[in-house]
Design a protein. Structure first.
Length: 146
């Protein structure tokens, strides 16, 4: 059903990789706040940028996720790549926002945005629910209806 409103492409990826990448994003955001590290926050934003805006096959976190799927010998489940690119672009905006707000010492707003990002990543990791698909259907699709 979600393919009815997700952006669709001919490119496929293994569903296991974005799910594990989402878990790694959660870990990195928690580490960033626990260590009070702007560098860790910038790393998360850079990782989302690589996944959302470049043609590189892997970002650092997705490379680790790919390696984990190989080591654990997880079965490949091909899925559409386009929704994951859209979600990565949204993740970049959110992670950049929480890094900028953190750098500006606006901790509460930074923590709220990071919490939303962790929530979305948790949905992806635990349930393979792509929040980007739902958001896409409300923010982008209405402007492209036939």
């Amino acid at each position: 059903m979600k393919n009815l409103f997700c952006p669709i492409s001919s490119e496929r990826i293994n569903e296991q990789v974005p799910r594990i990448t989402a878990m790694l994003v959660i870990v990195m955001v928690i580490v960033a706040f626990a260590l009070d590290s702007l560098i860790a926050m910038a790393f998360v934003a850079a990782d989302f940028f690589i996944r959302g805006f470049t043609k590189m096959k892997f970002s650092p976190l997705s490379f680790v996720a790919y390696w984990i799927t190989q080591v654990l010998n997880l079965p490949a489940r091909p899925i559409d790549k386009a929704p994951k690119i859209f979600a990565a672009r949204m993740g970049f905006v959110m992670s950049l926002a929480f890094a900028v707000l953190f750098a500006a010492q606006i901790g509460t707003a930074s923590a709220v945005i990071a919490g939303i990002l962790v929530f979305f990543a948790g949905l992806e990791f635990a349930f393979a629910f792509c929040a980007g698909c739902s958001i896409y259907s409300y923010l982008v699709l209405p402007f492209y209806k036939n």
